[in-house]
Design a protein around this ligand. Structure first.
Ligand code: PEP
Length: 253
């Protein structure tokens, strides 16, 4: 059974104290998480230890870094290696978010290196892909996203690929309040799964959790997560409000 995941991406928001309060409020809620449900807090680097401490004994709760270096270690001032994350018992790392691709010029090749390092050190990459508005308007989104997978994931073995979580995040829907319709999300997720099945096998493609990201909120999560190929969400803005994200966690199918 595929994992169903509600992943928060706090981005560069909240002070340490606000992050503590939000984490406490979320952990104080009651959820009836199923065996295959996971909640992941994607928090800024300085808060990783704090959130990892609070979630350590909470079944189904995990922590993600929002980025990692594509270098293993060494003289790279300001960078954070996956080995460092692993030594803090961080289980997930978001790789290839569109904001990193766009503002920090992260290339497909660099993302492939990050994916390799994350897997080497036992972290689960949440690999983000998704098209800009112009590509969607030209109806080239399927090809665009396919190339993103090819360039950063297709060198992996089937066994390695099975350890990856994919997040489909159409750029035009991120932080814009404009959500892909549940039908648009389903179509793309089914496409991604068929691309993975063609390169690997149906069995491998069926095991990969594919999250939707782009203005998910409490009000639309049940419908979007209810689609057969959508396995939860990567949530930005709505993950900063405890009541909203708690409702999104409860929307996992
Ligand atoms: C994101 O940053 O991954 C995201 C999906 O943001 P938002 O939910 O705010 O659109």
């Amino acid at each position: 059974m595929r994992k169903q995941i509600a992943a928060a991406n706090w981005k560069m928001n909240l002070t340490y104290q606000q992050g503590e309060t939000l984490t406490d409020e979320l952990l104080d809620n009651e959820y009836s998480l199923k065996e295959n449900h996971e909640v992941v807090f994607g928090v800024p680097f300085p808060y990783l230890g704090m959130v990892a401490g609070k979630t350590a004994n909470k079944k189904g709760f995990y922590v993600a870094a929002q980025n990692c270096s594509n270098k293993k270690s060494g003289a790279y001032t300001g960078e954070t290696s996956v080995e460092m994350l692993s030594s803090l018992h961080i289980q997930y790392v978001i790789i290839g978010h569109s904001e990193r691709r766009e503002y920090f010029n992260e290339s497909d090749q660099m993302l492939a290196e990050k994916v390799n390092l994350a897997l080497d050190f036992g972290l689960t990459p949440i690999f983000c892909c998704g098209e800009p508005l112009a590509i969607r308007e030209a109806e080239n989104q399927n090809e665009f996203v396919e190339v993103q997978l090819q360039e950063s994931l297709f060198h992996l073995s089937a066994e390695q690929l099975k350890k990856i979580v994919i997040a489909y995040e159409p750029i035009w829907a991120i932080g814009t309040g404009k959500t892909a319709s549940s039908q648009q999300a389903q179509e793309m997720h089914a496409h991604l799964r068929s691309v993975l099945a063609a390169k690997f096998t149906n069995e491998v493609a069926d095991e990969i959790s594919i999250l939707y990201g782009g203005s998910v909120k409490a009000a639309n999560a049940v419908e979007i997560f209810g689609m057969p190929d959508v396995d939860g969400g990567l949530v930005g803005g709505a993950s900063l409000v405890a009541a909203e994200f708690a409702a999104i966690i409860r929307a996992l199918k």
